[in-house]
Design a protein around this ligand. Structure first.
Ligand SMILES: *Cc1c(COP(=O)(O)O)cnc(C)c1O
Length: 382
């Protein structure tokens, strides 16, 4: 079965008792047992809930995974993955990382004895060189947030297998519609379903997928023990969003390509970061491992911090907000918003400067979006 069909049908069977085409939301915490420990498969909703299980089935299908687990947020998903490790273990990650992931690693898990190396340039060679005797996990974001750097997932997977190191890809930016890291040999995929999978800025959620029964069992144990599970209503919202993921991603990609080209030709823009541009340093790699280039663009202005802040307050359709991946276009200033938890000197090692602006291109009409950016740029530099 192909992607759009799976996104609509897998895990979303009509209700057998009423025929309801949309399966009901099982808003329940517990389940009546006929005899102690004799259940119909559910005993308590932290452990499992039918609405969550339906979503997990869909999520697994989209990533061509044997197993998926839904979490209360993308950070809860990252947190569960890191809990597979123990004191003294070493993790290698790219420096260009979602700010919350960086904060979780450096502010929480270092307190429990995990060690981290962050790579300013996430090439396969640099990951290989950073391996130590206690390295247990490689964490990759591709495309990365906010610089849209592409890492070769197949090569990272090979590197991990060679050294018996777990490999994790945060696939939030690409979505399973554009890229399937497990198919390239990566061990674990994580998602913030808050973004494209939910797609409507109305829910916070996360997910972890794998093909390993052993890893899934461990993740299930962690999920049930730590308890960062999504409620049934939130699971329903993510399931509903997923049904239009294929359609939305097509439009996100088309709009972002047009906007990236517009920005590249603008006299007010210094540099555009978008993997769909020929000028992007890993454009060929992106073409090889992705089926499209996504809806996220970053750019630097021919100006300073103040002009960057002025620009993003002058747009009208692009709303000034954190988050990404929904139908409406958003614009933000990573250094003071999504990535404020990364120290300036760390940020600037990767070329992530104060005049960087990040756009989440929505599914509106691209002519309106371009006109909006154009008027905001003109006002900023007037
Ligand atoms: C948003 C985001 C997260 C965190 O997800 P939440 O749902 O906000 O907890 C993790 N990784 C990436 C790439 C993200 O964009």
């Amino acid at each position: 079965m192909k992607f759009a069909t799976k996104a609509i049908h897998i895990g979303q069977d009509p209700d057998p008792t009423t025929g309801a085409i949309v399966p009901p939301i099982y808003q329940t915490s517990t389940y009546v047992q006929e005899y102690p420990a004799q259940t119909k498969g559910y005993e308590y909703s932290r452990t499992a809930n039918p609405t969550r299980c339906m979503l997990e089935k869909t999520l697994a299908a989209l990533e061509n995974a044997s197993y998926a687990r839904a979490f209360a947020s993308g950070m809860a998903a990252c947190d569960a993955i890191l809990k597979l490790l123990k004191q003294g273990d070493h993790i290698i990650a790219s420096q260009d990382l979602y700010g919350g992931t960086y904060r979780l690693f450096t502010k929480i898990f270092t307190q429990f004895g995990l060690e981290f190396t962050f790579l300013p340039s996430p090439t396969t060679e640099n990951f290989a060189q950073a391996i130590q005797s206690n390295t247990r996990l490689i964490w990759v974001e591709s495309p990365s947030n906010p610089l849209l750097t592409i890492t070769d997932l197949a090569q990272i997977a090979q590197l991990g297998k060679k050294h018996q190191i777990l490999t994790v890809a945060d696939n939030t930016f690409a979505t399973p519609y554009l890229q399937n890291p497990l198919d390239l040999g990566i061990d674990i995929v994580s998602h913030s379903t808050t973004k494209y999978l939910g797609g409507h800025s109305d829910v916070v959620g996360g997910a972890v997928m794998t093909n390993s029964a052993k890893l899934d069992e461990q993740l299930g144990f962690i999920q049930n023990s730590s308890g960062a599970v999504p409620g049934p209503w939130d699971c329903y919202l993510v399931s509903r969003g997923i049904k239009t993921l294929a359609l939305r991603m097509e439009r996100h990609c088309q709009n972002a390509q047009a906007i990236a080209q517009f920005l590249q030709n603008s006299p007010y823009i210094q540099k555009v970061y978008y993997p769909g541009l020929n000028e992007h340093p890993q454009h060929r790699l992106a073409k090889k491992q992705m089926r499209g280039f996504g809806g996220m663009i970053s750019c630097t202005l021919k100006g300073d911090l103040e002009q960057a802040k002025t620009f993003i307050t002058r747009t009208k359709i692009f709303k000034l907000a954190e988050s990404l991946g929904a139908v409406e276009s958003l614009i933000e200033h990573p250094a003071s918003m999504t990535h404020a938890s990364i120290p300036k000197e760390e940020r600037e090692k990767t070329g992530f400067t104060d005049n960087l602006v990040r756009l989440s291109v929505g599914v509106e009409d691209k002519e309106d979006l371009i006109a909006d950016l154009e008027q905001a740029l003109k006002k900023t530099f007037a």
